[in-house]
Ligand binder design. Structure first.
Ligand SMILES: NC(=O)NCCC[C@H](N)C(=O)O
Length: 290
């Protein structure tokens, strides 16, 4: 029996769900998808290739979803369309209408992998995986904004409470508006289970207090690099305790992490990440950490 279940953020990532961009990204109209002027599909695919190599080098098993030209350009951001718990996977319901078909892609992948599907969100519920952070194995934090809502938190609680998981919702700010992508993980990246890289101005005050009370060390990412990268400087993926991957070009943010004993690998991500509003955490959905 293959392993699954991921209720922590930074333990060794040994299995991960990813989708390599291909035809769908090449055909994507940047205006439709809200990709910015840095978007260059061919370069983005090359940058993804370099990113995937870094993941392969960690030794993690990559479970691939293939892009066979279904037009789902954002589906490379596998973090968002499902949540994996020790009890099974939950296909989510996307807040961005163009992404509504993605959870079913994940569901069929999990069925093929023999991972049970715990249940589904219905009706008006919206939750995107980028809005979720495991504070600990029994507590899931959710950012409520344009992509995730209270009904989503309610339905997740109904599905997950029987498995000793409590889901807590926190209001996210407006920031750059409805079309932009601001997830909870756009402003918080757990580097270890007890140290998070953060952008304080966009963190709900009530959540900040909870993190402090929970003994989390809050490491501030340089604000100028947050602005310059559209928030992608602090989108940092822990691959094992003390080892992370981030996009290249944000030396102050990298140094802050290194000063805290974190080893950082980088890849070029302007055409892929800064253009399409998603970084290394968004491009991966860890199926198993342990
Ligand atoms: N978890 C993430 O932050 N995912 C990034 C998703 C970017 C994608 N273009 C979107 O707007 O949904």
């Amino acid at each position: 029996m293959k392993e699954y279940g991921c209720q922590l953020m930074a333990k060794n990532m040994s299995r991960v769900l990813m989708r390599r961009p291909g035809k769908s990204l090449l055909q994507a109209d940047p205006a439709t998808w809200h990709y910015n002027s840095l978007f260059d599909a061919k370069k983005a695919i090359q940058q993804y290739h370099e990113f995937a190599k870094l993941i392969e080098e960690t030794g993690a098993e990559i479970c691939w979803i293939e892009d066979q030209g279904d037009g789902l350009a954002d589906a490379m951001f596998t973090r968002d369309a499902s949540l994996i718990t020790k009890a099974g996977a939950v296909p989510l319901r996307m807040g961005k209408p163009l992404r509504c078909a993605e959870p079913m892609l994940h569901k069929s992948s999990y069925e093929k992998l023999g991972i049970p599907v715990l249940g589904q969100l219905t009706g008006d519920a919206m939750i995107e995986g980028g809005d979720t952070i495991w504070l600990n194995e029994n507590t899931l934090l959710v950012g409520i904004g344009f992509r995730s809502n209270e009904e989503g938190v309610k339905q997740l609680n109904e599905l997950l409470n029987p498995h000793e998981i409590t889901v807590l919702g926190f209001d996210m700010p407006y920031w750059a508006g409805k079309e932009a992508c601001l997830h909870l993980m756009s402003v918080i990246s757990p580097l270890t289970e007890t140290a998070y890289l953060v952008h304080p101005p966009l963190i709900p005050a009530r959540l900040w207090s909870l993190l402090e009370q929970s003994g989390i060390e809050l490491i501030v990412a340089p604000a100028d690099e947050f602005e310059a990268s559209f928030g992608l400087n602090l989108n940092v993926l822990p691959t094992s305790p003390g080892q992370c991957i981030m996009i290249d070009g944000f030396l102050k943010t990298k140094k802050v992490m290194q000063d805290h004993g974190i080893s950082v690998k980088t890849f070029e991500g302007d055409a892929l990440c800064m253009a399409c509003e998603g970084g290394p955490t968004c491009l991966t959905n860890p199926i198993y950490r342990g």
